[in-house]
Ligand binder design. Structure first.
Ligand code: GLU
Length: 425
């Protein structure tokens, strides 16, 4: 029996025709003038190394057979194995997966993690599947991409609508293929299967840590700061909890089920409980568009890509934008934000907490030695603060945005590796 689930009201349909891949290409073009002689290799970043399209036939609970389309894109492997999440969403396309894989290449390099960039996706609305169907979909997808993944080749992880259970099924399926238990093939697993403590909330924690550092540089006190949040899933809710602990007031929340705007601030724990019980976040449809006009100090974008258009960027009141999602800001919106003096902590740093703790998980799996949560959180804090510091300095010296600075730092690392390795044959 399928559980009765209500459909979301807001689809986060991209309010623009700009595709994530073209946003990414524009970002690369903006960085090229800063790459000097390494610019010779920049075309590398405009072409995914490898992309696999797979057909996933599933026998449904009612006996019918349905086919789903899935992808795994390895954008760049110059600095190490592919790394990046797996997404289940009705709007997944090859082009979107290419962009998300490319942002992983830039993100792992910006954090100086020894990985390349990859991403996977299946075009499916997982809410319409039973648990059994979801397991079959996950296992068949894993089996189809098993020819290109592996602990030293490409390591998937959770992303939109996937979680530790999905990773457990992937780990088990891959292990059955190779004939032994291979925990390091995915990260974001359940803790007793080789998962890492702190991984579930790591992305939200990273949004908070990078936000805290940026706010400090702006002279913005987190105590009493007004926060507007788009996306109340794994990333947004964990970030909201930490901002609330720091004394910030969550004055607006928007997710697929609606928009809640409240001057007095929401109780994050209450909202989480409502959300978990399947009651959505409440609020009024009239506020869906008003979300972009809400008076606030910090805007956290933790939903999907392509949400902040130039028009919305003109309207927002925040001094600081934190990109918990991948690619939430269009290239034209970046220009508006720069003109208006609004600071953006770009996705490739802001949401890098997830892949950083994935790296810790991968290292723990290889060494079979597991760390305490306090140690993981402390190491995460150190790596994020250091990465942001370097990028900040570079940006200040060259009078460029944090995004462009982070891209330059990352691209220098990737293209230096590319150059040193040389072309084969
Ligand atoms: N899906 C997350 C991201 O977009 C995490 C990827 C990973 O841990 O490999 O960064």
């Amino acid at each position: 029996m399928k559980a009765e689930k209500s459909s979301p009201r807001l689809s986060y349909t991209a309010p623009s025709t700009e595709s994530p891949w073209s946003t990414y290409l524009t970002q690369i073009d903006r960085v090229t003038p800063y790459l000097g002689r390494l610019g010779r290799w920049v075309e590398t970043l405009k072409h995914p190394k490898r992309a696999l399209i797979v057909d996933i036939p599933i026998e449904m609970d009612d006996g019918s057979v349905r086919h789903f389309e899935g992808f795994r894109v390895q954008h760049n492997l110059s600095r190490g194995p592919g790394k990046g999440g797996l997404r289940f969403h009705p709007s997944v396309t090859l082009e979107e997966t290419m962009a998300l894989a490319a942002w992983m290449t830039i993100k792992t390099a910006a954090m100086d993690l020894p990985f390349g960039g990859a991403k996977g996706g299946v075009r499916v609305d997982p809410r319409t599947l039973s648990r059994h169907e979801l397991e079959k979909l996950t296992r068949r997808y894993t089996s189809e991409i098993a020819i290109i993944i592996g602990p030293k080749r490409d390591i998937p992880a959770p992303d939109v609508n996937t979680n530790a259970q999905v990773m457990a099924w992937m780990m088990d399926t891959y292990s059955m293929h190779v004939g032994f238990t291979s925990t390091g093939v995915v990260t974001g697993k359940p803790v007793h299967l080789g998962g890492s403590l702190g991984r579930v909330k790591a992305t939200g924690r990273g949004v908070y840590v990078t936000g805290r550092e940026a706010a400090q540089r702006l002279g913005l006190e987190l105590e009493g700061a007004r926060v507007a949040l788009q996306g109340f899933g794994n990333v947004g809710s964990a970030a909201a909890e930490l901002f609330a602990v720091a004394g910030s007031k969550i004055v607006a929340v928007q997710d697929q089920w609606g928009t809640l705007i409240t001057g007095k601030g929401v109780d994050v724990e209450d909202l989480l409980a409502r959300h978990r019980a399947g009651h959505g976040i409440g609020g009024s449809p009239a506020d869906d568009d008003a979300f972009w006009d809400v008076p606030c100090d910090i805007l956290i974008l933790a939903a999907l890509e392509s949400q902040l258009t130039a028009e919305r960027a003109q309207r927002i009141k925040a001094k600081l934008v934190l990109e918990g999602a991948n690619g939430p800001t269009l290239a034209a919106a970046d220009d508006v934000l720069a003109d208006r003096g609004i600071l953006v902590v770009p996705d490739i740093l802001c949401n890098a907490g997830g892949v950083t703790v994935s790296y810790f998980e991968w290292v723990q799996d290889f060494s079979n030695f597991f760390w305490k949560e306090s140690e993981i959180n402390a190491r995460l804090d150190t790596l994020l603060v250091e990465a942001l510091r370097k990028v900040w300095l570079y940006g200040e010296r060259n009078s460029i945005s944090l995004r462009t600075a982070a891209f330059v730092v990352a691209c220098e690392r990737i293209l230096t590796a590319r150059q040193e390795r040389g072309l084969y044959p």
